[in-house]
Design a protein around this ligand. Structure first.
Ligand SMILES: Nc1ncnc2c1ncn2[C@@H]1O[C@H](COP(=O)(O)OP(=O)(O)OP(=O)(O)O)[C@@H](O)[C@H]1O
Length: 399
């Protein structure tokens, strides 16, 4: 199975390290139980359950409309659940009988569009929450300066937000969110307006800052790499439900469903069947055998049941699991060596992403491989060698 994509946090992090901080903030645990949110007849969140221990970072990852922002708003107190409960550090902040206002939840929030007040200086923006708490004078100045230093913006307190780059504005938004030492930080796609390089470095820096502060955080994103870099746990959501919640390593190593594997773009998902001994690639869920693979060498999610029953399902073939060899001989084909035709090649980052159509199969069985060299398209055949250890079987139904 391929490794999770990993950003390397910038070696020249602009965020200051933990020794510059005052005592680390103790984050609050988050307990969410049977949470639902309905808009008219539409169920935006169905039965969300999780516990996030204090100081951990949870990324909510999923396609547009799956309910990430709805869940974040419920945590923030910007919306009320239809049913279920939310507790921070064991204290219920929302259920059928309770609703604690956002300003009383000890939260910090960072939004995609920064949401800075344009009429206030950087320092004014960052110090606003403290002034609301009655902090004034030297104490206010000292805390604002310290947090600006933490996010790499020392000496920028008097600037106007409009005189800053997008990345700098998001640093101000982060400083504003952490200055009052919240127990829980909520992030709503905070980096999606920034270019890729900046996203990577800022994401690495934010991860370090969150670790140093010990704040519990929930981070909404639709970017797989960002989720894996920032979070201890990733919850993948589809249609108002959490399909899988686990560490980034587990997510990439053992996706729980075909849908998760497809969303993470882990590789080709080929219609297949298994009788427990053999996994056969099936033409359009027919039982015709395009290839037979030994089930015991293949990772599986769901049942691989030896015996008479034939399970229909999917076989995940990651791009890295496919190695191309010269055209197989007639004898090799008879011995079960898979052959395919190159149907497309795209050059990217020094190599070709090569789409292959298995011989005798339709497009549903196309797989991809990486090659260093250009290959003839729609001419002749190549042999495919599959690394069994990287394949994964997903059972879907029994026939
Ligand atoms: N106030 C509302 N009234 C009716 N439907 C809503 C409301 N808020 C959200 N929804 C619906 O709930 C679903 C989930 O929306 P949500 O904003 O949580 O998705 P999301 O995963 O954050 O998507 P995106 O990544 O595009 O921001 C969507 O179908 C959306 O249209």
């Amino acid at each position: 199975m391929q490794n999770p994509p990993v950003f390397t946090p910038s070696a020249t992090s602009a965020f200051s390290s933990s020794q510059d901080h005052t005592a680390p903030v103790q984050g609050a645990s988050i307990e969410v139980h049977a949470l639902q949110r309905q808009f008219g007849s539409f169920q935006a969140l169905r039965q969300i359950d999780f516990t996030l221990p204090a100081g951990r970072v949870l990324a909510l990852l999923g396609p547009s409309g799956c309910g990430k922002s709805t869940l974040l708003k419920l945590l923030a107190g910007l919306d009320r659940p239809s049913s279920g409960s939310i507790a921070f550090a064991g204290r219920v902040v929302a259920d059928a009988a309770t609703f604690v206002a956002p300003q009383q939840r000890k939260l910090g929030m960072v939004f995609q569009d920064y949401a800075l007040w344009p009429h206030m200086s950087v320092g004014g923006n960052v110090g606003f929450a403290l002034r609301m708490q009655g902090v004034r004078g030297h104490a206010l100045q000292e805390r604002v300066d310290r947090v600006l230093q933490q996010v790499g913006l020392a000496d920028m307190a008097s600037r106007s937000p409009s005189a800053l780059s997008g990345g700098q504005q998001q640093r101000v938004a982060l400083a504003r969110a952490i200055v009052a030492q919240p127990s829980v930080l909520l992030f709503d796609e905070p980096l999606s307006n920034l270019d890729r390089d900046l996203r990577e470095s800022l994401c690495g820096e934010m991860r370090q800052l969150l670790r140093d502060m010990g704040t519990t955080a929930v981070y909404v994103t639709h970017d797989h790499e960002e989720a894996c870099l920032i979070a201890d746990e990733v919850a993948v959501m589809f249609q108002g439900e959490i399909a899988q919640r686990c560490s980034p390593q587990q997510l990439w190593g053992a996706p729980a469903t075909v849908q998760v594997a497809r969303f993470l773009k882990l590789g080709a998902l080929l219609p297949a069947w298994s009788d427990g001994h053999t996994i056969g690639l099936a033409q359009q869920h027919d039982v015709q055998v395009l290839a037979s693979l030994p089930a015991q060498h293949i990772n599986h999610t769901g049942t691989v049941q030896a015996g008479v029953q034939r399970m229909m399902g999917h076989l995940l073939v990651p791009d890295d699991a496919v190695t191309l060899k010269p055209a197989p001989t007639a004898e090799e084909v008879r011995a079960g060596v898979l052959s395919a035709q190159v149907v497309e090649q795209h050059y990217t980052s020094g190599r070709y992403k090569t789409r292959l159509q298995l011989c005798g199969a339709d497009q549903a069985h196309d797989v991809h491989a990486w090659t260093r060299e250009r290959l003839p398209v729609r001419e002749g055949h190549v042999a495919l060698q599959l690394d069994m250890a990287q394949l994964r079987w997903f059972a879907s139904q029994t026939t």
